[in-house]
Design a protein around this ligand. Structure first.
Ligand SMILES: [Fe+2]
Length: 440
């Protein structure tokens, strides 16, 4: 039987946590110092002064006054030294506790930042179990997630610790049953350190990972030293870790939904564009492949490569506004960039694509359209798309032109460097072409 954290009840062999919440730092420091100082210095001094004044001095001849004074000084010295020892011991313990709390807090903060930025649930789970080991000196930590079918037991998602595999194999049924209970009830459960009914298994804590619609899973931590329960500070830190893990996993799920939505929305748009530009099917995807090679060759980061990818695939999206029989008209050519940019600028997560789509027909020497931008005024992604767009257009068969061989198209890029195309990006393109990375 398991008892919940909040119940604070001790039942049978299982010990429920009575979590002493408050600051993660110890608040006993000031009180300890004050008590030690008061008992060790103030109280004895007052008592000594009282005794000397009332009983010793009135009876004492002059010759013994010096001895009495020396005895009093020695007594004060001894008492002060004892007070120092008590204070040193007390503050030593307190500082150790503060140091442990500090290290836990630092570990939580560092892992929290990493988990918040993680894109995938797998990365979060790996970080969470590693942090659980770090926080509690545990021998094993597991992250179990609720199965797709609510009737089934939770599934092991990730684990960490020197004895994680062996421990899981030996206690699999037990662990899954307890985790199932925690998911069902949404409460933390702690098993005591010594438990004959559980064959002297070490202390374990089961923390629910709460989602919007009930627990997503359970973080299980198995204590490191046999027969040693979790400390209150460890329970607090692990509870905080479980909360951070829950939030990070929900965020990762949202990011996954977002990626899924954009990936499929882009597919739908690109398919519609391909069908609409019948003479040029697959153009967006081919431009994206070429642009990706150039972006990687230029050591762009993931974010910039992603922007380049979507901008490449959607650079002619403005053509959707034009009827098929006017797509090659001067009006359509002139306006499709600005129209496409306006379409994308309305979508907040795609608004950064708008300037690229707007400028993909600008020329490096300023003679392009729609704004006649030149050089660095043109977004660098647009300068990449411009080369890839031109190369794919030249090497594709359409109803109005026969495809050029790749060599001839590469020569056109070479000839246009510095006028139509950015010379540095054109050089990068030609370097890839000559290395055989862009071939038929
Ligand atoms: Fe275009």
């Amino acid at each position: 039987m398991i008892t919940g954290l909040r119940s604070g009840i001790v039942q049978g062999e299982l010990v429920a946590a009575t979590s002493d919440r408050g600051s993660i730092f110890s608040q006993r420091f000031d009180r300890s110092v004050f008590i030690a100082y008061f008992l060790g210095a103030i109280v004895p001094l007052l008592a000594l002064a009282f005794v000397v004044q009332q009983f010793v001095l009135p009876e004492m001849p002059d010759s013994t006054a010096v001895i009495g004074l020396i005895a009093m000084v020695c007594s004060i010295a001894v008492l002060s030294f004892l007070a120092y020892l008590v204070l040193r011991r007390s503050t030593g313990h307190t500082l150790l506790r503060i140091d442990r709390d500090n290290r836990r807090l630092a570990s939580l903060l560092e892992n929290s930042q990493t988990m918040t930025c993680a894109e995938h649930a797998g990365d979060i789970a790996a970080r969470s179990v590693a942090c659980a080991i770090d926080l509690s000196n545990a021998r094993a930590a597991y992250l179990l997630v609720r199965g797709k079918d609510a009737e089934l037991s939770p599934e092991l998602f990730d684990s960490a610790g020197s004895e994680a595999d062996a421990q899981f194999q030996s206690a699999r049924t037990h662990l899954l049953a307890q985790a199932d209970w925690v998911i069902e009830n949404g409460q933390t459960a702690i098993l005591g350190a010594v438990n004959n009914a559980l064959e002297n298994r070490p202390a374990m804590i089961f923390l629910p990972l709460n989602g919007e619609e009930g627990p997503l899973g359970v973080l299980v931590v198995v204590r490191g030293e046999p027969d040693t329960p979790f400390e209150p500070g460890q329970i607090d830190a692990l509870t905080t870790l479980a909360s951070l893990t829950s939030v990070a996993m929900r965020n990762a799920d949202l990011k996954d939904l977002q990626r899924n939505f954009f990936s499929h929305m882009t597919e739908i748009l690109v398919s519609a564009l391909d069908a609409h530009l019948g003479y040029h099917a697959g153009h967006g995807n081919r431009v994206a492949q070429l642009a990706n090679r150039i972006g990687r060759s230029l050591d762009w980061d993931t974010q910039q490569l992603q922007t380049l990818h979507f901008a490449s695939r959607l650079h002619d999206v403005g053509m959707l506004k034009f009827d098929r029989n006017v797509q090659k008209s001067p009006a359509a050519c002139e306006k499709h960039t600005a129209i496409g940019a306006r379409m994308l600028a309305r979508i907040r997560l795609w608004e950064n694509l708008a300037p690229i789509v707007q400028s993909h027909h600008e020329w490096y020497d300023g003679t392009g359209y729609p704004e006649g931008l030149s050089g660095d005024e043109i977004p660098i992604e647009a300068r990449v798309v411009s080369i890839c767009d031109a190369f794919d257009s030249m090497t594709s068969d359409t109803s109005y032109q026969i495809a050029l061989p790749f060599d001839a198209a590469a020569n056109e890029i070479r000839d246009g460097a510095g006028t139509q195309f950015d010379p540095e990006i054109a050089a990068e393109f030609l370097k890839l072409f000559e290395a055989g990375e862009i071939s038929e």
